[in-house]
Design a protein around this ligand. Structure first.
Ligand code: GCU
Length: 818
């Protein structure tokens, strides 16, 4: 009976589709569920107070068993103990059932999970730990990991928070999944249902805090109405053991409080913060703390009053101290009006310059939150040297789950492998092992606090992040914050099983796609440590290498006709290499020992400089961009190979994004290569760059209701021109005559539209329709000899059947485009 129930469920699952809202908590029926007759039949809950995390754990276990096994657990009593799951804190368990050996090993938020004995034990050091244990147990069951286990799992670090860059008006800075779940129209949302769902999702990956508002903060967050609203959010999150925190505007005493100053050493300012903090804690007694972005990118801060950043941080530390709160103070402080004509100017130096002399001057409940690299979430950065400069200050690492510089959820980029490289990087402080992961846990420098902050920016879109595949990044973020020793692929495969099921081909394909995706993205966006060569001035999306120089933001490549890269050496450059410990500095100072993937981060070299591979820098650029873009085409093919194995809703959603990525990767490839070819005038040895013998330039075709359009940046279209329909409602036609020898030819159109776009096209050969947006985007068509006109030519005609100016199409001789 149960088995057939499972089959029906599975069938429905595939047919009806899924919107992604369940993420990895689908509790989908497990194949052969009926054969598991050894499963527990009841739950003994050691705290059944509604709203407590232990109660939540019980609810979750009920839900999970129903979904995975179609089984209803009864509420057990101590008499039915042997077939029960016992869930609660270790402390309460010991009072009722006596000692157990592992009790001593469980640390704060940790848990003991045992399925070995006659009953299943899920015992947390605290209530939150018990909930984590329940989620872990259910994750194992949902993945079919049914072997008996018994282990203690403890967190690597105590702070495992997300940061959400949500604005009070409901927009989200660098968010790609619709408006905020926390705010709308200037206020905290009335309906916290989705906030509770998000807290549940985060608890399942052992995240224990959410900073709910943007680091660029509006002081109105502290209005009485919003403080009450924050209370509502915290109430929704509390059953999941997730604490609320907020970002503060440093100038609030002046902007909101009406004081004449926000000087952190002014007693009236101090009193103002103490007072407002007390008001917040009165409504949110377990508030995690504050996050502060001060004197950064135009935000106010203590430097205005010639006070130090530590003075600024400690102001808040004093206010939250009586309530047990923590201050996360961001190290993202730099001058954003830098002048590139100064060879020594370097934004990468800023964090160490601002913070190193303050080491030891921060109160004990302050944690300095450091972005993983010295600049800003680029596709490749070395670990920030600040991690090893602060020995007497607690630190946390800031990672970005939202893909601001990594394709904004329109490109598949699985980030865990990059995070792993950073976390495992050894900064060799005092010539001793000093991995980033052990510094931020507090272990290396014996700090009381430490941890992880992940900028997530979920929105109201059902998929949470705007892309199903991007959710592996959120999942991996939580698990790595808990245990950075886990392997990226291991985490990924658990996530795939939970999200897409047990089909081996699905698991292998998504694993392969994901593991290839970061290297591919690096290849087609910016390699050798040059950073993501995107549009730095506005969108942070799409290629614009020219914008990566002569900007005040200090994100530079220093590319000229002959050479490229930032000279960050001590001997001749900005001195940044010298911010690392001597052992690490020695490696980065020397062009020979610097790894190729960071060469242009640390050195300014000629385009003809030879890499360790033997290739020149410029040829490496050309080749990598071709390789990366080619991989992006294979990601699409791989996804297509899963048709029928994934419910159609999620299949189509991802398909659209993979098509976009495949198309956009070609634009990236050609833009970057064309740009450096124009600049250096060095030919591609393989003869590809600037040489597209089969390409038909749209603007050279005969246009009807289309017009040419000068593209900016120029290198984003070959010939610097594209065509656009005369208006958003007209349908245009572009026609050209092609001459060809008798034979069989492939014609491929690389077509993709922007997210939310509606562009369509049809392609005609003489009077025959040979392709359309629906039928042709991916496959090849043969031009038959009979297509030839008398003179051996044929007329190719492209129609925009529903026009939309943002769409891009190009005609190329094969599907990878040449
Ligand atoms: C980046 C990002 C900004 C953000 C800033 C920060 O520069 O583009 O939107 O405010 O980082 O982390 O504070």
């Amino acid at each position: 009976m149960l088995f057939s129930g499972f089959l029906v469920g599975l069938f429905l699952g595939l047919a009806s589709g899924e919107d992604g809202s369940a993420a990895w908590l689908r509790y989908a029926p497990l194949p052969h569920a009926s054969s598991y007759n050894f499963l527990p039949s009841s739950i003994i809950t050691l705290n059944s107070t509604k709203g407590s995390p232990v109660y939540t754990a019980q609810q979750e276990l009920h839900r999970g068993f129903r979904g995975i096994f179609g089984k209803t657990l009864s509420n057990g009593s101590s008499r039915s103990r042997s077939e029960s799951i016992i869930v609660g804190t270790a402390h309460v368990y010991q009072k009722s059932y006596g000692e157990f050996d592992e009790a001593e090993e469980i640390e704060e938020d940790g848990y003991f999970l045992s399925t070995e004995g006659p009953q299943v034990l899920i015992l947390g050091q605290n209530e939150r730990g018990a909930l984590y244990g329940a989620f872990d147990y259910l994750s194992r069951l949902a993945q079919g990991k049914l072997d008996a286990v018994s282990y203690v799992s403890n967190p690597h670090a105590s702070i495992r928070w997300t940061n959400e860059w949500d604005n009070l008006d409901g927009s989200i800075e660098r968010g790609y999944a619709g408006p905020s779940i926390f705010f709308e129209n200037g206020f905290v949302t009335d309906n916290a249902t989705r906030v509770a769902k998000y807290a549940r999702l985060l608890a399942s990956i052992r995240i224990n805090g959410i900073i709910v508002n943007n680091v660029n903060t509006n002081e109105m967050l502290l209005s009485p109405q919003n403080i009450d609203g924050l209370g509502r959010l915290a109430d929704a999150m509390r059953p999941y053991g997730v604490q609320l925190g907020i970002s503060l505007n440093f100038a609030s005493p002046q902007l909101l409080g009406g004081l004449g100053t926000f000087d952190p050493l002014d007693p009236t300012v101090d009193a103002w913060w103490a007072n407002i903090t007390n008001q917040i804690y009165a409504r949110v007694p377990d508030m995690a703390g504050y996050l502060v972005k001060a004197n950064s990118e135009g935000q106010p801060g203590p430097l205005t009053y010639n006070r130090t950043l530590a003075d600024g941080a400690n102001l808040f530390a004093r206010a939250v101290k009586p309530h047990g709160g923590i201050i996360m103070f961001r190290a993202f402080v730099y001058d954003h009006h830098l002048n590139e004509s100064n060879w020594k100017a370097d934004r990468a130096n800023a964090a160490v310059e601002f913070f190193q002399d303050l080491d030891g001057k921060f109160d004990d409940n302050v944690v300095v939150q450091i972005k993983y690299g010295p600049i800003d979430f680029q596709v490749r950065e070395p670990a920030s040297p600040l991690f090893s400069s602060l020995r007497n200050t607690s630190t946390a690492i800031e990672l970005q789950v939202t893909q601001e510089y990594l394709g904004q959820q329109s490109h598949l980029v699985c980030i865990a492998p990059m995070w792993k490289e950073i976390l495992e990087f050894d900064l060799k402080a005092d010539n001793r092992s000093s991995k980033v992961k052990d510094i931020v846990s507090g272990e290396r420098f014996r700090r009381p606090l430490g941890g992880f902050a992940g900028v997530v920016n979920v929105g109201t879109n059902a998929t949470w992040l705007g892309s199903h595949l991007a959710m592996s990044n959120l999942y991996a973020y939580g698990l790595l914050a808990w245990d950075p020793a886990l392997g990226a692929e291991e985490i990924l495969q658990d996530w795939i099983r939970l999200t897409f099921g047990h089909d081996q081909k699905v698991i292998e394909t998504i694993t392969d796609m994901s593991m290839k995706s970061w290297p591919a993205y690096e290849n087609y966006t910016g390699n050798l440590g040059i950073q993501t060569l995107m549009d730095v001035l506005y969108s942070h999306f799409g290629p614009n290498p020219a914008s990566m120089d002569n900007n005040g933001w200090g994100m530079w490549t220093r590319a000229d006709k002959f050479s490229i890269g930032m000279d960050r050496t001590v001997k001749n450059g900005t001195g940044n290499a010298g911010q690392y410990s001597p052992e690490v500095a020695k490696v980065f100072e020397n062009v020979e020992t610097t790894p190729d993937n960071l060469l242009l981060w640390f050195h300014h070299v000629n385009y003809m400089h030879s890499l360790k591979s033997g290739k020149t820098v410029i040829q490496h650029f050309y080749d990598s961009h071709y390789e990366g873009a080619a991989t992006a085409q294979t990601l699409l093919r791989q996804w297509e190979s899963l048709k029928g194995k994934i419910d159609s809703e999620r299949y189509e959603h991802v398909l659209f994004r993979q098509k976009f990525q495949a198309g956009h990767a070609l634009v990236w490839r050609d833009s970057i290569n064309q740009f450096y070819y124009n600049l250096s005038e060095i030919k591609d040895e393989a003869g590809r760059v600037g040489n597209h013998p089969y390409r038909i330039e749209a603007e050279k075709m005969t246009l009807d209701s289309y017009k040419s359009y000068g593209v900016n940046p120029f290198h984003a279209a070959s010939g610097a021109q594209a065509i656009v329909t005369a208006s958003n409602s007209t349908i245009g036609t572009a026609t050209t005559k092609v001459t060809f020898e008798s034979g069989t030819y492939d014609v491929a159109v690389n077509y993709y539209d922007l997210i939310g776009g509606k562009a369509q096209y049809e392609l005609h050969m003489n009077n025959r329709t040979i392709g359309s947006a629906h039928s042709f985007g991916k496959s090849r068509r043969v031009l038959r000899r009979s297509d030839a006109l008398n003179d051996g030519s044929a007329c190719l005609c492209m129609w925009a059947v529903s026009s939309h100016r943002t769409a891009e199409w190009r005609l190329a001789h094969d599907s990878t485009g040449v």
